[in-house]
Design a binder for this molecule. Structure first.
Ligand code: GLN
Length: 536
């Protein structure tokens, strides 16, 4: 019988519910259990694919090409769980499915209703992951308890507990215990209200994980336990993390959350081995060296917009026992102040994915600066397209070279639209999405980094390199070192006469983990380290 954990959040958003869920996943997996993870997001978009990064942060792409919430990135970084289309549902996708069933007449003339039709659809989404081989499904509910749009989800997970038996379900509530400076006190009332709200819905949390900046004294824990109807041992302190998010599984282990979960769900499991996590935490706390990497993008203001890129850079640092200090650069500032002023002191430049023309000129200047100065350059998706455009303009002397995305009437579209993308009207879910194979040229930087000749990486873009220009580029030293198996799509370019200049059409950042850093990120950071240490 598969067990279920539901994680809800109270008091405020941004408490790190995704990270906490992922860390619980880590611990259970290390106890030898087979887990699956999913997130249910109450917003109305069918998926986050069409949302602006300022609204939503990064869109995380799964192997099977689903555009999902960025918390799924945490799940993959922290666990070995397989994530698919079934790992992220929204109110939009749930309603879409119910409405299309109604249109097909599947309700046999009945009235379509929130209960049971919407709640049944939600429960089916959860049950789908509970296959025979799975010990525990962890389902995170997006948003905060009390949100109107979250109500059907709470109702559905309450019913789910009834359906499969209360002994098979554990509700974990993540809450905030704020510290009031003026009173020099930490306050439990918001948590009491939040749990009260859950109980009105018929959900009694089994474990309360309390985010706090101050340690929780015993009398505070007792108060929470009393008012929230939770045993004292199940009031867990989750102190603000000092060095890195990768400490969280270790912190929760110290609080014995895993043991509680196993006991409450009646699961027998072995002792966990967390030595690789301890190793990661140790390197991050005491790195041997530091490097500065500039990420030149246009959603720099928001921490979450390039989440997986930032994490993959941290992982690349771990591989080199280096702390990666990020310099988050707004590409429009490069346009205003010039590349030298902004990038003069960095050890590597990365241009990440993106859409639309704003900030493109600044990115091109950043690429040109890195190319000419021999600064390690890593282009990802749009960052590869920019590398291609910059090379055309400044090395091939095609001054008007551009991507069709930014100039539909350019005479030299070095980045173009694939035929199947030309007549797309529906914007949701219609890009080239998910994992595709790629063949690496032997002897290339890419083949050397991956130590492989064939790889699979995830994509999310409409535009592609224009093959009409291949020869012109090769003649001038830009090599195509990664191609689709039929040879028609350019996936990786490199500049041979450069210490480290590599750009990819796919998104390697989605497959990096702290204890298994992505080879390209590890190699890029290594090049940045060499540049810095060579300078001394
Ligand atoms: N806008 C570009 C395209 O659609 C790049 C997309 C990306 O960087 N993810 O091809």
């Amino acid at each position: 019988m598969t067990k279920h954990i539901f994680v809800t959040g109270g008091v405020v958003s941004s408490l790190g519910k995704g990270l906490t869920s992922a860390s619980i996943g880590t611990l259970l997996e290390r106890h030898g259990l087979k887990i699956r993870m999913q997130k249910l997001d109450p917003y109305l978009n069918v998926d986050p694919g069409t949302m602006n990064p300022f609204q939503h942060g990064e869109v995380y792409v799964t192997e099977d090409g689903a555009e999902t919430d960025l918390d799924l990135g945490h799940y993959e970084r922290f666990t070995n769980t397989v994530l698919t289309r079934d790992s992220n549902y929204t109110s939009g996708s749930i309603y879409e499915s119910v409405i299309s069933k109604e249109r097909r007449g599947e309700y046999l003339g009945g009235t379509g209703q929130g209960i049971p039709h919407i709640t049944d659809e939600i429960k089916a989404a959860v049950a789908k992951l509970a296959t025979d081989d799975v010990d525990v499904v962890i389902t995170e509910i997006g948003g905060t308890v009390g949100d109107i749009e979250g109500e059907p989800f709470l109702e559905a997970i309450r019913q789910f507990g009834q359906d499969v038996g209360r002994e098979n379900v554990l509700y974990i509530h993540l809450t905030l215990i704020p510290y009031l400076k003026a009173a020099d006190e930490i306050k439990t009332k918001p948590t009491q209200h939040s749990v009260g709200r859950l109980m009105e819905k018929g959900i009694q949390p089994g474990i309360l994980i309390c985010r706090t900046e101050k340690p929780l004294a015993r009398e505070i824990r007792e108060k929470i336990s009393l008012f929230c109807n939770v045993p004292l041992e199940a009031v867990i302190e989750e102190l603000d993390i000092k060095t890195s998010i990768y400490e969280l599984p270790l912190i929760l282990r110290r609080e014995k959350v895993d043991e509680l979960i196993l006991r409450y769900l009646g699961l027998d499991a072995g002792e966990p081995d967390l030595s690789d996590w301890e190793n990661v935490a140790q390197i991050l706390a005491n790195p041997d060296r530091e490097v500065v990497i500039a990420v030149v993008g246009k959603y720099i203001r928001l921490q979450d917009s390039y989440k997986s890129i930032y994490e993959a850079l941290v992982h690349g640092g771990i591989a080199n026992r280096a702390r990666v200090n990020l310099k988050r650069v707004e590409s429009e500032d490069v346009e205003k102040e010039g590349a030298e002023a902004i990038l003069g002191d960095v050890d590597g430049v990365l241009v990440p994915g993106g859409f639309g023309v704003r900030g493109i000129e600044g990115k091109l200047q950043a690429v040109g600066f890195a190319r000419e100065r021999g600064v390690p350059y890593f282009g990802i998706c749009l960052g590869m397209q920019c590398a291609v455009i910059e090379f055309a303009r400044n090395v091939l002397a095609l001054k008007k070279a551009n991507s069709l995305e930014f100039d539909e009437s350019t005479p030299t579209p070095v980045i173009t639209l694939m035929d199947q993308q030309r007549n797309v009207v529906d914007m949701g879910g219609t890009m080239r999405l998910g994992a595709y194979p790629c063949i690496l040229a032997s002897g290339s930087l890419a083949a050397e980094a991956y130590e492989a000749s064939e790889i699979r990486e995830r994509h999310r873009h409409r535009y592609e390199f224009n093959n009409a220009y291949r020869e012109a580029y090769s003649n001038k030293g830009l090599a195509f070192t990664g191609l689709s198996p039929d040879g028609r799509l350019v996936e990786i370019v490199e500049i041979e006469k450069h210490p480290w200049f590599l750009a990819v059409q796919f998104h390697p950042e989605f497959k990096s983990k702290p204890h298994a850093p992505h080879p390209l990120f590890a190699s890029f950071v290594k090049a940045a380290v060499s540049r810095r240490e060579g300078d001394k």
